[in-house]
Design a binder for this molecule. Structure first.
Ligand SMILES: NC(=O)C1=CN([C@@H]2O[C@H](COP(=O)(O)OP(=O)(O)OC[C@H]3O[C@@H](n4cnc5c(N)ncnc54)[C@H](O)[C@@H]3O)[C@@H](O)[C@H]2O)C=CC1
Ligand SMILES: O=C(O)C1=N[C@H](C(=O)O)C[C@H](O)C1
Length: 273
C-alpha cells in the first residue's frame, strides 16, 4: 500500500528560529521519513504567527510558528528540543503529557535540572545527548578505551572551541568526553574535574581531568582529548564543520524513539555503539 502523509511521523521543533532550530527544520523538510508538524518559539518572538519557511527566508511550508507548545506537541509523535535549560524542563513535562518522544540537545543543564527531567521520562521516551553526531559519540567510546588503557602518568585534558554566541562552558560534548575518560579510569568526574583555571592555581593534581574552553567567531564545535605523558602525547580530535551533523543525529533519535518504552536514552542507544 502507498504510504500516506499521515503514516509519516510528525515532528515538532522547539526554538525554531535558533541556529539549531533552523537547521532541524531544513533537515526534517528534506527527510522523506519525517514530517514537520510544528515549530515553537518563545512568546513574544517576532516569528510567532509567521509561516516557518517564509520566516527563514524561503518558500512557505504550511507550518505556522506558535508559542503554544502543548497544542503543537499533541499533534506530533516527536519533539526535537535545542533551546535552553529552563525551556527544556518545561517542554519535558509537555512532551510527557502528549506522549511524544522528547529529543533533548540542550546543554548547560545543572545536575539538579537534569534530575528534574526524570519524572517526565516515565511517560515518554527521552533521548538526551550533549552531542548528537555520530563522530563525537564514537570519540566518546574511544576516549573511554584510551583512558582505561593508560594510567595516571598520562594527564587528561579536554579542550573545546565554539562560536562566540555559546553561553555554556564546558560544552556538553566536553562533559561527555570528560565523563567517558573518568569512566575509563574508574573514577567519578565530579571528584577529579578541574575547569576554569586562572591565577596561581598550584601544580596540576595527578589524576585530574582538566577542561579548557575557547570562544570565537563562527566555530561550529571542536573537541580534543589530550593524554599528555612524559615524552609523548595522544590527541583524540573531533571537528564539526556543519551543524547538519547534529540535526541528522537528532532526527535519527526522534525516529528511533517511536514505539520505545518510556525511559531515558542517549545517542549510544540510538546508534547502537
Ligand atoms: N546536542 C547537540 O548535538 C547540540 C546541542 N546544542 C545546544 O542546543 C542549544 C541551542 O543552541 P543554538 O541553536 O545554537 O542556540 P540559539 O540561541 O541559536 O537558539 C535557541 C532558541 O531557543 C529559543 N527558546 C528559548 N526559550 C524558549 C522557549 N521557552 N520556548 C521556545 N523557544 C525558546 C530561542 O528563542 C532561540 O531561538 C544550546 O544549549 C546548545 O549548546 C547545539 C548544537 C548541537
Ligand atoms: O552550542 C553549540 O553550538 C554546540 N553545543 C553542543 C555542546 O555544548 O557540546 C554541541 C556542539 O559542540 C555545538
Amino acid at each position: 500500500m502507498a504510504e500516506t502523509s499521515t503514516d509519516i511521523p510528525g515532528i515538532v521543533v522547539t526554538g525554531a528560529s535558533g541556529r539549531m532550530g533552523q537547521m532541524l527544520i531544513r533537515t526534517i523538510l528534506d527527510n522523506p521519513s519525517a514530517r514537520l508538524v510544528g515549530a515553537v518559539e518563545r512568546s513574544g518572538h517576532q516569528w510567532v504567527g509567521q509561516d516557518i519557511g517564509a520566516a527563514m527566508g524561503g518558500a512557505e511550508v504550511g507550518v505556522t510558528v506558535t508559542d503554544d507548545a502543548l497544542e503543537a506537541f499533541s499533534r506530533a509523535q516527536a519533539v526535537i528540543d535545542f533551546t535552553g535549560p529552563e525551556a527544556t524542563l518545561a517542554f519535558a513535562d509537555l512532551a510527557a503529557q502528549a506522549r511524544a518522544v522528547h529529543v533533548i540537545g540542550t546543554t548547560g543543564m545543572s545536575d539538579e535540572q537534569i534530575a528534574k527531567l526524570e519524572p517526565a521520562s516515565r511517560h515518554c521516551a527521552q533521548v538526551r545527548a550533549g552531542n548528537m553526531s555520530l563522530g563525537v559519540n564514537l570519540l566518546v567510546q574511544l576516549t573511554k578505551k584510551v583512558a582505561a588503557a593508560l594510567d595516571e602518568d598520562f594527564d587528561i585534558e579536554v579542550i573545546e572551541a565554539h562560536h562566540h554566541h555559546k553561553v555554556d562552558a564546558p560544552s556538553g560534548t566536553a562533559l561527555m568526553l570528560g565523563e567517558a575518560a573518568a569512566e575509563g579510569r574508574g573514577v567519578s568526574l565530579s571528584e577529579v574535574s578541574d575547569s576554569g583555571r586562572d591565577g596561581i592555581t598550584g601544580a596540576r593534581k595527578r589524576g585530574d581531568i582538566g577542561f579548557s574552553a575557547i570562544r570565537g567567531g563562527d566555530i561550529v564545535g571542536e573537541h580534543d582529548v589530550l593524554f599528555a605523558g612524559q615524552g609523548e602525547r595522544i590527541v583524540l580530535r573531533h571537528l564539526a564543520t556543519d551543524r547538519a551533523i547534529f540535526a541528522r543525529g537528532a532526527v535519527k533519535a526522534a525516529l528511533w524513539g517511536l514505539g520505545k518504552e518510556p525511559g531515558q536514552y542517549d545517542m549510544v542507544d540510538v546508534l547502537g555503539l
